[in-house]
Design a protein around this ligand. Structure first.
Ligand code: CA
Length: 234
């Protein structure tokens, strides 16, 4: 790989540890101790993925995330958050981060998520190339176009983030089937590591808010103790 992973982290010990681990995996690494340098490194180009700490001096991680997403929606961004701050995670995901890790984190899990982010990126590119026709998936009055990435319910257009779209696509491809959180994590997030499945619940909540709330019938159903299912309300 000739593109680098950018690590924006002010805690020297963590930045150094990440550098050693990532380099031993064969990744090229660039370090930035704050948001200003992080932005400069990003603008310099050649960045394949970004690991971004939320708590940074000067420009916060969330500000930098927003600034990057305003000009680039593809480069995977994994946020590092403090254990206690659920709101940072949710805000980070809302602002377009692909994933988050809570400190202290297991290096193996972070590496798995990096691999997953790269896999997802390449499968997205393949999908877009393969489907010229515009395949529509639907349930009830909700429909989604796999290639144009349009989503609408009751004729009303709905904007989803990349991950929300991928999750809804997977649900629709497996309409009426009960999907476990683990299965969703493997298939939608591409994890090859038994991680925390909370992120699935967080995203289901986002998707529900957009495609179910305010419409007549609820289409995404929680199956207690197992996971989720999308189906007609009737
Ligand atoms: Ca920090």
């Amino acid at each position: 790989m000739n593109e680098a992973i950018l690590v924006v982290e002010d805690e020297k010990r963590i930045a150094r540890l990440l550098q050693i681990e990532l380099e031993s995996e064969g990744y090229e690494v660039r370090l930035a101790p704050d948001g200003v340098e992080g932005w400069a490194e990003f603008k310099a180009g050649g960045i394949a993925l970004i690991i971004l700490d939320v708590m940074l001096p000067g420009i916060s991680g969330l500000d930098l995330l927003q600034r990057i997403r305003a000009v680039d929606s593809d480069t995977p961004i994994i946020m590092l958050t403090a254990n206690s701050s659920l709101s940072d995670k949710v805000t980070g995901l809302d602002l377009g981060a692909n994933d988050y890790m809570t400190k202290p984190f297991e290096m193996e899990e972070l590496l798995a998520r990096i691999r997953a982010a790269f896999r997802q990126l390449s499968s997205r590119t393949t999908d877009a190339g393969d489907q010229q026709q515009g395949e529509w998936l639907s349930v009830s009055d909700l429909r989604l176009n796999v290639s144009t990435r349009e989503v609408e319910r009751a004729g009303q257009s709905i904007a989803l983030t990349l991950r929300e779209f991928d999750l809804l696509t997977y649900l629709l491809r497996n309409k009426k089937l009960v999907l476990s959180r683990d299965q969703l994590l493997t298939e939608v997030w591409g994890y090859d590591y038994a991680g925390n499945t909370n992120v699935v619940d967080v995203y289901i909540r986002y998707v529900r808010k957009k495609v179910d709330e305010g419409f007549g019938a609820e289409l995404i159903h929680t199956v207690r103790g197992i996971g989720y299912c999308i189906k007609d309300a009737t």
